[in-house]
Write a protein that binds this ligand. Structure first.
Ligand code: SF4
Length: 791
């Protein structure tokens, strides 16, 4: 009951009491439920792109509302054959699905001889045995993640399926044991279903369950059902989502004359579920069983369930899935954003050791983005698949509009609040950076708009590049970075390819050649060769200077200078002064990877740690050597680590002012040891890549003015969108780029001014050649290939 102060009665734990749930007006209940959803999940509503595989439509139960179950005479075959199963899964894969939802009748072999005979003829001992084989085949052949929905099962069957599926499910439907709808359905006995739910918890199976509303049960019954689910979850933490499904009468069933579930009852149940269930359980209502979607959002759902671009809903064949565009539009019209998920929710996917059989861990990782949601597009950095168009058609910015805030004016939510504050001058903190990295749909466009406006205000409309040459003097390395496809033995993980160490004379020749081609900078980086002592780096500088007294020497990562100092037995500052006096001018930020030791312990455990990287750059800045910030993102880490990286480097920049630019380096996964060993994702998604540049621009406002993209990893189509997301620098022309190519990047080895200009001109921007330190290169005759002046 509402209390005297107008608030609704709650238990000490904050959950609405039964009496309050039953007495609160529906509108109030829905408002409270929606608030609880927003407080927990923000603006995000998920869906699972899936195919629906009806392995068998035979069932030993006869539920009063079901048209899924058929008699053998009405089916061509008791079961789908494996080739039919795989054909559906392959079509799903081609359409971008992640989930193969196996749905089937319960124990048909106990009722129908035809089912038992088919199983025996095909070498299977039971329906569950065949289901396990079909799940394994789909996983192996297509990478789709099976979700097994096989009804009330014994623990042994659940365990068998756990080895071949990423999640399982079974609707409780109702804990009322006395419903006419279930009179002829032995598997719908509530105690049996609750036992299955409990066994799934004991086996650590990420589990989906739910209620069917309007089959004769009361509101009290539904509260009982929800409380039973909540109690099982409290014991095991395994309920990932609860589906609230509305009953619709279907022709050919014993309940065909029954009234459909009244909309108010359905909405009341969704709201009650949100308020009764713990906040870590997701709440779903199927989008194809209601004519209007908005009320379902208003009642508190945060998931639309499986939506198939390929197969029909075989349980409700008369109700087609809404097209994805319609679902997105309805979600956004309700002030939310849509995100694809896997069949296993992120809270479980990100703890694979607890929740997944070892055989499922890589397939889940491989389909995941950094938040443990589903990858939203086949694009991968360095690959050939063109990126999705996230920002819409380019239109020249309207100087009078408040960027981003306009895009989100009708939505609200945490991203909109942060952007409004940013536009008013607010500096984002770590939590706010994490929130921005979770942006989807219009939120991504708004962040890019704000970043683009900041770019315009801070550095104008010029897009810069530097003419440079990479010289990777050796690929032999004593370190064992697991993401590195470049280094070769004796100790490195990647033993393929030929180890080399350039002669110093070769370095001299390459510098001379680069300068003749117009380069103003050489970028020197390589492995840490076991034979190097601290003098080696001085000799490399000398070799460069033999070819050119003036070319800018940008070289030696924090790892290289730290190792050089150690091997010279000199304090780092003294060693850096030696390098500086020999001709070194700036050092690259690479070796930063992710400046978060939890992540470094996984991807580069023997490399310098976060503090050592920061200290190397602090020391370099103190002796007059500028440097830049890089971040290699998209392998194993989550957005929290990205935010820490940005905040830590921003703090150092406030202290020293020595960083010239921020350079996001999307992880190129193809040939890297960590991906080949099935321990990393396939790089960031394109959305994450856009956000890294845009959020970087926002986070570094007032500290680092230049945001650079890596065209080697992005290609032209990707680069164009990044130029609209806060980027003002294209980096180097990079004659001889080896490191990304070693990891599998397919974009070229060199860009020239004309190629760069083709990228920037259509965006109304101008191209300018810069020096390493952002001076302008003057061309005496106006021709791009002739370079002179400041270095
Ligand atoms: S990233 Fe650098 S330090 Fe690590 S293995 Fe590769 S070359 Fe060696």
């Amino acid at each position: 009951m509402p209390a005297d102060d107008g608030s609704t009665e709650t238990s000490p734990g904050g959950v609405l009491l039964r009496s309050a749930l039953l007495a609160t007006p529906l509108d109030d209940l829905m408002s409270q439920a929606a608030r609880r959803r927003d407080d927990t999940f923000g603006t995000r509503i998920t869906f699972s792109p899936k195919v629906f595989i009806p392995l068998t439509m035979l069932c030993r139960d006869r539920c009063g509302y079901c048209t899924f179950a058929k008699a053998p005479a009405r089916l061509e075959s008791p079961y789908l054959g494996l080739d039919e199963v795989l054909a559906i899964a392959r079509a799903g894969r081609a359409a971008g699905c992640h989930e193969a939802l196996f749905t089937l009748g319960e124990g048909p072999e106990d009722r129908y001889p035809a089912a038992a005979e088919w199983l025996e003829a095909h070498g299977y001992t039971s329906t569950v045995d065949y289901l396990a084989a079909a799940c394994a085949a789909v996983l192996e052949e297509t990478g789709l993640l099976p979700h097994a929905n096989a009804g009330a099962l014994r623990a042994a069957d659940l365990a068998t399926l756990r080895a071949v599926s990423a999640s399982q499910g079974m609707m409780i439907e109702s804990t009322n044991p006395d419903l006419d709808a279930h009179r002829s359905a032995p598997d719908k006995v509530p105690a049996r279903r609750l036992e299955t739910l409990e066994a799934a918890g004991e086996l650590a199976i990420p589990f989906t369950t739910g209620l069917l509303v309007g089959i004769g049960e009361s509101r009290d019954d539904r509260i009982d059902t929800l409380e039973a689910i909540a109690a099982s979850h409290a014991r095991h933490g395994h309920v990932q989502e609860v589906i609230v499904q509305n009953f619709l009468p279907k022709a050919g069933t014993s309940m065909h004359r029954a009234e459909p579930c009244p909309t108010d009852e359905f909405l009341w149940t969704i709201a009650a579920a949100r308020l009764i269930l713990p906040t870590d359980i997701h709440l779903q209502a199927p989008p194809n069983l209601s004519d209007e979607l908005r009320p379902l959002v208003d009642a508190g759902i945060d998931d639309w369930g499986g939506v198939s671009p390929v197969t029909a809903d075989h349980v409700n064949p008369e109700r087609a899935w809404p097209a994805l565009g319609i679902l997105r539009a309805a979600t956004e019209a309700a002030g939310h954003v849509l995100a694809p998920r896997l069949t296993i929710y992120p809270e479980f996917a990100l703890r694979p050791d607890t929740w997944l059989d070892p055989a499922l861990r890589f397939p889940v990782l491989d389909a995941s983005d950094a938040e443990g949601l589903g990858r939203d597009h086949p694009w991968a950095s360095g690959g050939e698949f063109p990126p999705p168009e996230l920002l819409g058609p380019f239109v020249a910015p309207d100087a009078s509009a408040r960027p981003g805030v306009v895009t989100l004016a009708s939505t609200g939510g945490a991203v909109a609040e942060i952007l409004t504050a940013v536009v008013d001058g607010h500096t984002v903190d770590e939590d706010e950076i994490v929130t921005q990295f979770g942006a989807r749909g219009p939120e991504v466009r708004a962040i890019a708009e704000v970043a683009d406006q900041l770019r315009h205000d801070i550095v104008g409309d010029e897009v810069t590049f530097v003419a440079n040459r990479n010289i990777n003097y050796t690929n032999v390395c004593t370190f064992k970075c697991k993401f590195c496809a470049f280094s070769k033995g004796p100790l490195s993980l990647n033993l393929r390819g030929t180890p080399y160490l350039l002669e110093l004379s070769e370095i001299t020749d390459r510098v001379a050649e680069a300068e003749a081609m117009g380069a103003t900078e050489v970028c020197l980086q390589g492995g840490i060769h076991p034979k190097f002592d601290g003098d080696y780096y001085l000799e490399v500088i000398k070799a460069v200077r033999e070819a050119s007294p003036t070319i800018h020497i940008h070289g030696f990562t924090a790892l290289e200078v730290t190792e050089g100092a150690r091997r010279s037995e000199l304090p780092l500052a003294d060693y850096l002064i030696l390098l500086r006096d020999a001709g070194l001018r700036t050092i690259p930020g690479t070796a930063a990877e992710i400046l978060d030791d939890e992540v470094r312990a996984v991807i580069c455990p023997d490399k310098i740690d976060t503090e050592e990287w920061l200290e190397a750059h602090r020391t370099a800045h103190s002796v007059g050597l500028n440097s830049n910030v890089t971040i290699m993102f998209g392998s194993v880490e989550q957005p929290r680590s990205w935010a820490r990286h940005l905040v830590r480097t921003r703090d150092l920049q406030r202290e020293t002012g020595g960083f010239t630019e921020f350079v996001p380096l999307p992880f190129v996964h193809m040939a890297t040891p960590i991906y080949i060993q099935k321990k990393a994702r396939r790089g960031p998604t394109f959305r994450e890549t856009v956000l890294m540049h845009a959020v970087g621009r926002i986070a570094y406002r007032g500290t680092i003015d230049n945001i650079q993209l890596s065209w080697v990893k992005m290609g032209a189509a990707g680069a164009r969108q990044l130029l609209r997301s806060g980027v003002n620098d294209l980096g180097g022309t990079l004659i001889d780029e080896n490191i990304s190519r070693a990891a599998g990047a397919s974009h070229g080895q060199m860009m020239d001014a004309d190629s760069f200009r083709a990228l920037v001109t259509p965006l109304g921007r101008t191209l300018a050649q810069r020096t390493t330190l952002y001076g302008r290169v003057v061309h005496p005759d106006g021709h791009d290939s002739v370079l002179a002046g400041a270095r």
